[in-house]
Design a protein around this ligand. Sequence first.
Ligand SMILES: Cc1cc2nc3c(=O)[nH]c(=O)nc-3n(C[C@H](O)[C@H](O)[C@H](O)COP(=O)(O)OP(=O)(O)OC[C@H]3O[C@@H](n4cnc5c(N)ncnc54)[C@H](O)[C@@H]3O)c2cc1C
Length: 457
Amino acid sequence: MNVSVVLFTSDLRLHDHPALRAAQDGSAALVPLFVRDDAVAEAGFTAPNRMAFLADCLADLDGGLRARGGRLVVRSGDVVAQVCQVVAEADADEVHMAAGVSGYARRREERLRTALEGEGCRLHVHDTVITALAPGAVTPSTSDHFAVFTPYFRHWSQEPLRDPVAAPRAIRVPDGVGSEAIPSRTGLSGLSEGLARGGESEGRKRLTAWLRADIASYEDGHDDLSGDATSRLSPHLHFGTLSPVELVHRARAAGGPGAEAFVRQLAWRDFHHQVLAARPDAAVADYRTKRDRWRSERAAHEDIKAWKKGRTGYPIVDAAMRQLRHEGWMHNRARLLAASFLTKTLYVDWRIGARHFLDLLVDGDVANNQLNWQWMAGTGTDSRPGRVLNPVTQAKRYDPDGEYVRRWVPELAGLAGGAVHEPWKLQGLERAAYDYPDPVVELSEGLARFRAARDRD
Ligand SMILES: Cc1cc2nc3c(=O)[nH]c(=O)nc-3n(C[C@H](O)[C@H](O)[C@H](O)COP(=O)(O)OP(=O)(O)OC[C@H]3O[C@@H](n4cnc5c(N)ncnc54)[C@H](O)[C@@H]3O)c2cc1C
């Protein structure tokens, strides 16, 4: 019988894990391996919030494996060198892992395949672990990926999903394969105060509660900023503590308009992943509309600083940016508003905003973050790249009573109802009573600058 290694990456779970199942089938023993990859740290993708969530996930995965007679093996260093070393220690014949979509993930697979071939060991890469449908599973007739969501979603919806795979009952890890200590949150600094807890157990609890009680109101409530009525499953999807295939199946089984709307959002996730898989350079380069006339970072320095600190003078934008800092998470409508404000009203390069989000977001994800930023900046897949979200109109629509703003911008808590969205309308002493900045730019001025620059491009 064979010995297999399962290399966990963005798939830190035991339920519905086809790579884990394939590794177990036909193997006498397997090594569940996670490598703290030097390249990820060198690329600056080790934001403290995500490192803390990751530590929770690894501890929980180890706990789940131990309950089945196994354990997690953790190593640090170059991922290829570490996998080869574990293969040698375990005398393994096969390595199984989930297919990734980023340029880095693809290169990692190639390097691993070549290195393992030299060791007489086969690499098996499994689709539909990280996404519900594999990138490229549906394509238009003229391209290798969909650049517009609506037709993608039509095809995506018609495509049959594989059945979920049961979690393993027992796992035997071969003797003689050592592990570093499982990382923990202790000692990590710079964490957001309201950071969520990670781990498959936590994710499954949240999913069950979501399907039982909250999904029904998702269609009506998902844009309501103060209602906070979205699933908050994004970090679990990012770290793979929940399977997107299982989520789609369970949401469809729940049924109703809320579930349909939720499944549509999961399809957005697959959509961005298939764009990135086909165009890995979209993580850093404009996907469609080349815009090289952004204001220079130096010229926009004060505006960028105000945006990051939540001191732009636009309460809804500031509330969004403070939620991000406090929780390491932000409501989708708030992300849209914050991104539109930076790229269109302030006319600042989307990469600056995307980097800041990745520094703080617990769900910070190359496909979802970079491509949503590009969508809002008008350089990506939005079919209306000129769309600008007016922060005041949007605030009145999605936070009509001003509760979201009062929650995150406490210095304006004394302003009742929708008046909180336009503090600049206050006069004299009343205005002076609030320690809150004037708007960094008039909206009409920002709009004129954006349109002039766009028309020049
Ligand atoms: C500028 C910007 C940056 C973003 N950065 C990220 C990011 O780094 N990581 C991330 O996971 N999402 C990102 N999103 C997408 C979206 O905002 C979050 O997925 C969502 O807010 C997470 O909250 P939730 O789990 O409660 O979502 P729900 O509304 O409950 O949706 C369920 C799931 O569907 C997926 N989803 C929802 N909306 C989108 C979307 N627009 N694009 C892709 N997938 C979506 C997510 O996986 C989400 O968990 C970004 C959006 C914008 C506008």
